[in-house]
Design a protein around this ligand. Structure first.
Ligand SMILES: [Mn+2]
Length: 433
C-alpha cells in the first residue's frame, strides 16, 4: 500500500510577483510524481491554498492540478466505513481515481458555518475533507484507517484534540493527520504551541503533520511522526535553504517504510545573514552587493530558473545613519536578470532605536494573529457580561469578519428574544403561583 504525503502547497502565494507560478509548478510535480511512483492514496496535510478566499485564477490552476489523480482513473482501494463523517459529504467522484484525503490548514480556516476552500474542493468531488473524523479503506494489504484533525487555533489545540479523542480502529493500519505546531516543531518562534508530542493520542501506527514548512521527522509513542514540509518556499528562513523541498512516499506492507522524494522544480535558494556594528551606508551598499555576488557563485541545482537569494541584515548602523537611506530595492533591481534578491533590513537598527524596535516587534507579533486576538477580546467581553454560554462566539466573530453584521445582529436578536421569552414565562409562572 503506497501513500503519498504532501504538505502546505500554499497555492497562489506571491500572486502578481515573479514567483507567482512556483507554488503551482511544485505542487503539480509532487502530485504527478506521487502517481508515477504508484501512490494508491494521497494525503494533503493542509494549506493547499495560501488564502481562505482564493482568487478565481488560483482556483482554476488549483483544480486543474487536483483533478490529475481522478483523470488517471485508477483506484485500488475502497472506502468501506467512516467515523463521524457524513457519507453525504463524500462525492462518489472522489473515489473514481486515486483518492485524495485533505485537511484544511490555518491559511484556509474559516468560522463554523462558512465554507472553507477545502470543503469547496470536496463539494466538487476532488477530495475528501477530514476534520475530527475518520475514513476506513479496504486495501489489497488490509484495512487502513486515516484519522484527521484540520487546523484549530494553537491555544486550543491540546484541548480540542483531547476532546475529539480519536481511537485507533482495530485490525487496521492507523494514521493520525494534523496541521499544528507540535512541541519543538513550530511554524515560527513567535508561536507558542499548546500541543506537545506526548499529548498526541497513543496507539496509532503513523503520525503526519503539516504546518511546519521544512521537512523533519521524529517519533511519537515509539512510532514515526513525519513533517514533509511545504512544497513551496514561503518563509525564506535559513532552514528552508538547507532542507530540500519534497514529499513522503510511505509504504505499508509487512512493515512500514518511507522515502522522501525531492522535487526538482523549486528554484535554488541561497540564504545569508550579515552582522554589523556601527556600519555606514556606503559600507553597507558595498558589502551587501559583494555578498549577493558571492551567493550567485554558489553551486546550482536548477539552472532553468533564477535563483532566490535572501540576505538578512542584523546589527547596528553608524550613529548618523538611518535605515531609510539604505536602498535595498536598488540592489534587487541591479541583480534582477540574475536572481530574485530579497534584502531584509528589519533587524538593522540605528543606535538608540532598540526600544522602538521592540515595540514594533510586539505589534508585528500581534498583527500576525489578529483574528485570534480579536476573537479573544470578544470572548473576554462576553464572558465579563456573563454571555459566553449563550452566544456562539466563533460564529458571531466570523459573521462580523465577513461584514455580515446584519446576520450577526439577527443571531443576537434571536438569543435576546429567547431570553425575554424565558423571563416572561418565569414571571407569569411566578404570578400564577
Ligand atoms: Mn502552511
Amino acid at each position: 500500500m503506497k501513500i503519498a504525503v504532501i504538505a502546505d502547497p500554499h497555492l497562489g502565494t506571491k500572486w502578481g510577483r515573479p514567483r507567482e507560478q512556483d507554488s503551482f509548478v511544485q505542487f503539480r510535480e509532487a502530485i504527478e510524481k506521487s502517481l508515477d511512483l504508484g501512490a494508491q492514496l494521497i494525503v494533503l496535510l493542509g494549506d493547499i491554498f495560501d488564502t481562505r478566499i482564493p482568487r478565481q485564477e488560483v482556483w482554476a490552476r488549483a483544480m486543474r492540478i487536483l483533478s490529475i489523480p481522478l483523470a488517471r482513473g485508477r483506484n485500488e482501494i475502497k472506502l468501506i466505513d467512516t467515523v463521524d463523517k457524513n457519507l453525504e459529504e463524500i462525492s462518489p467522484v472522489a473515489l473514481r481515481g486515486t483518492p485524495m484525503v485533505a485537511l484544511h490548514g490555518n491559511h484556509e480556516r474559516r468560522t463554523r458555518g462558512l465554507t472553507n476552500p477545502v470543503e469547496a474542493l470536496e463539494a466538487a468531488g476532488l477530495l475528501i475533507h477530514l476534520h475530527h473524523n475518520t475514513l476506513i479503506f479496504d486495501t489489497p494489504q488490509g484495512k487502513l484507517a486515516i484519522h484527521g484533525m484540520s487546523n484549530v487555533p494553537e491555544q486550543h489545540a491540546r484541548k480540542v484534540l483531547a476532546i475529539w479523542n480519536p481511537k485507533p480502529v482495530k485490525g487496521a493500519f492507523n494514521i493520525l493527520a494534523l496541521h499544528q505546531s507540535v512541541g519543538p516543531y513550530v511554524y515560527s518562534s513567535e508561536e507558542s504551541p499548546t500541543l506537545d508530542v506526548p499529548d498526541l493520542p497513543p496507539g496509532f501506527d503513523l503520525y503526519l503533520c503539516g504546518h511546519i514548512h521544512y521537512r523533519t521527522e521524529s517519533t511519537a509513542h515509539g512510532k514515526p511522526i513525519l513533517f514533509p514540509g511545504g512544497t513551496e518556499r514561503t518563509q525564506l528562513l535559513q532552514v528552508e535553504a538547507e532542507t530540500p523541498k519534497g514529499f513522503y512516499m510511505v509504504e505499508v506492507g509487512d512493515g512500514l517504510s518511507r522515502k522522501f522524494i525531492e522535487l526538482t522544480s523549486p528554484r535554488d535558494f541561497h540564504y545569508a545573514e550579515m552582522r554589523f556594528e556601527g556600519v555606514s551606508i556606503p559600507q553597507l551598499n558595498e558589502e551587501v552587493r559583494a555578498k549577493v555576488r558571492e551567493l550567485l557563485g554558489r553551486q546550482r541545482k536548477n539552472r532553468g530558473k533564477l535563483p532566490l537569494i535572501r540576505v538578512r541584515l542584523v546589527g547596528t548602523l553608524a550613529k548618523e545613519a538611518s535605515r531609510s537611506e539604505f536602498d535595498e530595492r536598488a540592489i534587487t533591481q541591479e541583480f534582477a536578470d540574475r536572481a530574485l534578491v530579497v534584502v531584509s533590513k528589519g533587524d538593522l537598527v540605528a543606535p538608540g532605536l532598540e526600544e522602538k524596535v521592540q515595540l514594533l516587534r510586539e505589534l508585528k507579533e500581534r498583527r500576525m494573529s489578529i483574528d485570534e486576538t480579536a476573537m479573544t477580546l470578544l470572548e473576554d467581553n462576553l464572558r465579563e457580561a456573563g454571555y459566553t454560554q449563550i452566544f456562539d462566539v466563533r460564529a458571531l466573530y466570523g459573521l462580523l469578519v465577513e461584514a455580515r453584521e446584519e446576520e450577526a445582529l439577527r443571531n443576537v436578536f434571536v438569543v435576546v428574544e429567547n431570553l425575554v421569552r424565558v423571563e416572561l414565562e418565569r414571571k407569569s409562572n411566578d404570578n400564577a403561583r
